[in-house]
Design a protein around this ligand. Structure first.
Ligand code: FAS
Ligand code: PHB
Length: 393
């Protein structure tokens, strides 16, 4: 089947979905190709932390109603190091900004529902196989669905297809430099029918490894522990996971982790990755297709949405008055925030993960940073404004 649209979007994750809704707001047509089913993408457990900018954008777009009702607004975060705890407040240090805890799968559900309600055109279980003609004015997406071949003639292609997608592979290899860190540890993450163990998130350095206490609702907890890269889910019983979380999250008080049925477990490797050019001709990349941050900073989803704000504004300028200034500056406009998020995510990851022996020079540097958080409002402010997301950058 030969299809035609203004912007062909590959990927129905936070990037592709936000783009399709913003383009519709500007009267710009798009089609989304997604190689998984709707049920799969709506059930895929990933991020959970929304920056202030992301919350504000979703509200402006009119897709924030359930997020406001079911999401949890947090005004601070607890940071532990070897049993000592500091709290970093947000509102006082950032002029009232904060974070909202709301599962990525809920975001995806809300965005898909909103786009379908507008009559948005989706092809689920449709896999983009190639993108042709990006150096001309009518690039083409070739995709397959149910064994049939189709293509979409577009003005532009938005590569929102994540780290393993085809978009980045379509950029000429000499059009970008690649930056990569593979951390020597992974996260074992669980979702459990258990009330959160704390009123705010807890990031904790412990001699046995990092742990993070987060949540999805008043009855569902989201928690993580640092594990070796070659660890396997089957190496852990539920009881061992709960025991390890309780040890690592304790701040020396009588801290108890609330236990319950674990209904989702996964191990995710930690990596920092990015390319320093996100466009070529009529192909523009956004989100994980162009960059990956370790989730310690809670930035992945928020960076994807931040890229899309720039991409949507650039397409709006093009279709409204034929100008291409924002299209030309798209990558540079995105990279300022991406590098800031890479730095903050790397800071949080190297500060709170066990990477060397107790008492080593590296350990002492980690402890010195943590102790400085405890005595410096300036350092707490730096952490707070990066964590809730800088308003402009
Ligand atoms: P996504 O990967 O969300 O979406 C890309 C979409 O493109 C997918 O639905 C995929 O199926 C589709 N696609 C790929 N190739 C295609 C093709 N050829 N044709 C058609 N469709 C194609 N971030 C945080 O902030 N905190 C976290 O705790 C966190 N945990 C994570 C855990 C895991 C296991 C992973 C993988 C990521 C995690 N992230 C986390 C990061 C995550 O939230 C991403 O940053 C976010 O999903 C980025 O959104 P997109 O760029 O839209 O990419
Ligand atoms: C989550 O709730 O999944 C979450 C929160 C904060 C992070 C990472 C993940 O830094």
């Amino acid at each position: 089947m030969q299809l035609k649209t203004q912007v062909g979007i590959i990927g129905a994750g936070p990037a592709g979905l936000t783009l399709s809704l913003l383009l519709a707001k500007f009267g710009i047509e798009s089609i989304i190709i997604e190689n998984r089913s709707r049920a799969y993408v709506e059930a895929r457990v990933r991020a959970g932390l929304l920056e202030q900018n992301t919350v504000d954008l979703f509200k402006d777009m009119g897709v924030g109603e359930r997020m406001e009702c079911e999401g949890a607004e947090h005004h601070g975060v607890y940071l532990n190091f070897d049993g000592v705890r500091h709290r970093v407040p947000f509102k006082e240090l950032t002029g009232g900004r904060c974070i909202t805890i709301y599962g990525q799968q809920e975001v995806v559900k809300d965005l898909i529902e909103a786009r379908l309600a507008q009559g948005g055109e989706f092809f689920f279980e449709a896999s983009a196989k190639s993108i042709e003609g990006i150096e001309g004015n009518s690039p083409e997406i070739h995709f397959e669905q149910n064994g049939e071949k189709h293509n979409i003639l577009c003005d532009f292609v938005a590569g929102c297809d994540g780290y393993h997608g085809i978009s980045r592979q379509t950029l000429p290899k000499d059009s970008y430099n690649e930056f990569h860190i593979e951390y020597p540890f992974s996260w074992l993450g669980i979702l459990a029918h258990a009330a959160p163990s704390s009123d705010e998130l807890i990031y904790s350095y412990h001699q046995r490894g990092f742990a993070l206490s987060s949540l999805r609702s008043e009855t569902v907890s989201r928690l993580y522990i640092q594990v070796p890269n070659d660890d396997k889910i089957e190496n852990w019983t539920d009881e061992q996971i709960w025991d390890e979380l309780e040890i690592r999250l304790s701040n020396g008080s009588d801290f108890k982790v609330n236990r319950g049925e674990i209904f989702e477990k996964s191990i995710t490797p930690m990596r920092s990755f990015m390319i320093d050019n996100m466009q070529h001709g009529r192909l523009f990349l956004a989100g994980d297709a162009a960059h990956i941050v370790p989730p310690t900073g809670g930035k992945g989803l928020n960076l994807a949405v931040a890229d899309i704000r720039f991409m949507a504004a650039a397409f709006k300028e093009f279709y409204t008055n034929g100008q291409e200034h924002l299209l030309e500056s798209y990558s540079q406009d995105c990279l300022r925030r991406i590098w800031r998020a890479q730095d903050f995510s790397n800071f949080m990851t190297t500060l709170f993960h066990k990477q060397s022996e107790h008492g080593s020079f590296e350990y002492q540097l980690q402890k010195a940073k943590f102790d400085y958080i405890g005595i410096s409002e300036a350092y707490k402010t730096t952490i707070a404004e990066n964590y809730v997301g800088l308003k402009e950058i």
